[in-house]
Design a protein around this ligand. Sequence first.
Ligand code: SP5
Ligand code: ZN
Length: 362
Amino acid sequence: MLVILWDPDTLLHKTVELLGSNLIPALESPERLEAILKALHNSEYRAGTRPLSSLWEGPKSRLLELTSETHGHEYLRHLRNVYEEWLSAGLIEQDGHVLPECFVFPTSTGKPLRPPRDLFARAGYYAFDMSSGIMSESYRAMIASANLACEGTDMLCGFDDRPNDIDTVVALCRPPGHHCDGQRAGGYCYINNAALAVSTWRSHQSDAQIGILDIDFHHGNGTQEIFYADAKVLYVSIHGEDEFPYYTGVEDETGSGEGKGMNINLPLKVGSPIEEYLEKLDYGLKKLVEFKTEFLIVSLGFDTFHADPLGHFQVHTEDYETIARTTRQALKEVPALVLLEGGYVIEHIGANMLSFLKGWKS
Ligand code: SP5
Ligand code: ZN
């Protein structure tokens, strides 16, 4: 059985970004999720809500514990408080957005980096680009998004004596997660939802073999970073070569220490035909099968769509059906958590999701 989860709190985050040289409403918008929900509503699929809001007095402590396995305490404190700090200091109005100004840069001093006192500068210490704005409701949405990954994983793991016929959970997360590492937001990402899912699964089965298939158009630099030395997480990513986030995603990034060989980057030239995409997918899936993946996380971005403003592959709506079917057939019956990452064509994102679901279930 396949279950789809969403949370109304995730719609509250609506910020701005610097794209090219223009400050614009962020392309990662609530309308993306609304379009998916609308498409699901007019289909055979039903999306269930797992709202955290009813429990909100600050998020539940288990969720916070799992989140802090990946994200530093100071970083989380920053995400939670920075909007209020800027508001109190008169740097923004109620409807304003925290955006970084100056970023960390390499030096030869050997001095440890520390968060600057200046409030503007500190926002840059905890971010790597200017598409990670924070407004009044952002933290609430981030936590709700992370909670979907966590709840979805719990529903799949079947270790708590519940009768379990759920083999797939599709978590309609936003904000997305794969670009942020332990202490840096970026690429619309603040909390790494895939990493939360790994921690959640491990809270039930500590030595599991966990596979992550990242098929967003962009390289998941954050997920790569978090699991780079981890022998029990195989990360496989197919992404646009030389595209955002620019400094990661090359084939020779294969992991380190005990995690050597556990990071597989499959960059693809922009404009490549779908056949080449599917060849990379087959290769990545073969590796995930050889690894004996026991829990599969799919970081699913629809910015591979041919008309996406931030992606430049030749993937069409019907191809998502093929991508999903191929993936599911390779890893039959492996419990799977599908996390929404990017995808910015509002008019087509709903149809693309339906196509993916159709392929997954066939
Ligand atoms: C989750 C996700 O898909 N995040 C992607 C964020 C990408 N943002 C930056 C894209 C850079 C595009 N540069 C355009 C330069 C002006 N044409
Ligand atoms: Zn993307």
